[in-house]
Design a protein around this ligand. Structure first.
Ligand code: BV8
Length: 235
């Protein structure tokens, strides 16, 4: 029997704003991470080469924070929508492409999640390429569990590095009929360019505390906190 494509194929792009009400900081809000950390020092490969201890401490601190927070109603609403597709009560397909490196989507129950900027809960060995889980601190001298070399780095995409899973993301964007952005300032590429990539074939919606910088980019906008607006959109 031919497999009919689902009635709706939705791609959701999330940014730091979806995790804000869980207690994690955003980047570009007034009190955000970039108000206290210099991007070049902590979010570039050059910064890591210059001072691996500073960068390791930056990510160790965010990993420690992550252990103390929980998914919120926005993460849970997306997980429930995916569950509806799995149990057949919704004839659709949902892929979450996240710029976030936290694991709150997964802890809310989402399985179709692509981390295009990497994940806090993993590190990467620059000698053997292993990407072991990392629950606690990882320091420049921490030996890789696979090859024992002290050459671990955060498994994170820094500025100037190529985002992960781009082929899968581009294929999903080309096939989607609805594209929703949640809690992102739309300032970092290539993620910020996704809406332009889909506008000719998908309905586009932005969910954010503020109206989008270029409102004409989206067919619709829902302005308000993610924990209120995402469950309303999913319902
Ligand atoms: C690449 C690491 C090539 C993880 C991050 C000149 C022009 C255009 C582009 C460039 C340029 N020069 C350089 C570039 C490329 C560069 C770039 O885009 N620079 C920008 C700054 C101009 N990009 C890159 O280098 C990327 N790589 O381009 O490689 C390539 C591309 C494709 C294919 C092959 C090769 C790599 C970018 C990744 C950098 N890594 N972080 C980490 O430390 O977390 S970026 C960082 O910004 C985070 O990943 C974050 O996710 C991302 C985006 O930020 P947001 O998530 O949007 O967060 P922000 O704070 O900005 O906004 C929060 C929003 O939430 C706000 O709108 C707020 O209103 C809202 N909000 C707050 N509270 C709530 C809420 N919304 C709802 N409810 C709430 N309660």
């Amino acid at each position: 029997m031919t497999q009919h494509p689902p009635a709706e194929r939705i791609v959701v792009l999330t940014g730091a704003g979806i995790s804000k009400e869980s207690g994690l900081e955003t980047f570009r809000d007034a009190d955000g991470l970039w108000s206290r950390h210099n991007i070049d020092d902590v979010c570039t490969p050059e910064g890591f080469l210059r001072d691996p201890m500073l960068v390791s401490r930056f990510y160790n601190g965010r990993r420690a924070e992550l252990a103390g927070v929980e998914p919120n109603a926005a993460h849970r609403a997306l997980a429930e929508l995916e569950q509806a597709a799995r149990d057949g009560s919704w004839d659709g397909e949902l892929l979450i492409v996240t710029q976030n490196i936290d694991d709150l989507h997964e802890r809310a129950g989402s399985r179709n999640v692509v981390h295009m900027h990497g994940e806090l809960r993993r590190v990467r060995c620059m000698s053997c390429g292993a990407t072991p889980e990392c629950q606690g601190d990882c320091l420049p001298q921490t030996p890789c569990p696979a090859c024992r070399h002290p050459t671990l780095r955060p498994d994170i995409v820094w500025f100037g590095e190529i985002p992960m899973h781009m082929a899968r993301i581009d294929a999903a964007l080309a096939a989607c009929d609805r594209f929703v952005t949640i809690g992102t300032s739309g300032t970092v590429y290539p993620a910020a360019g996704f809406v332009a990539q889909v506008r000719d074939h998908a309905d586009t919606l932005d969910i954010n505390l503020e109206a989008p910088a270029i409102p004409t980019l989206f067919d619709r906008t829902l302005v308000g906190p993610a924990t209120r607006m995402v469950p309303r959109w999913v319902a």
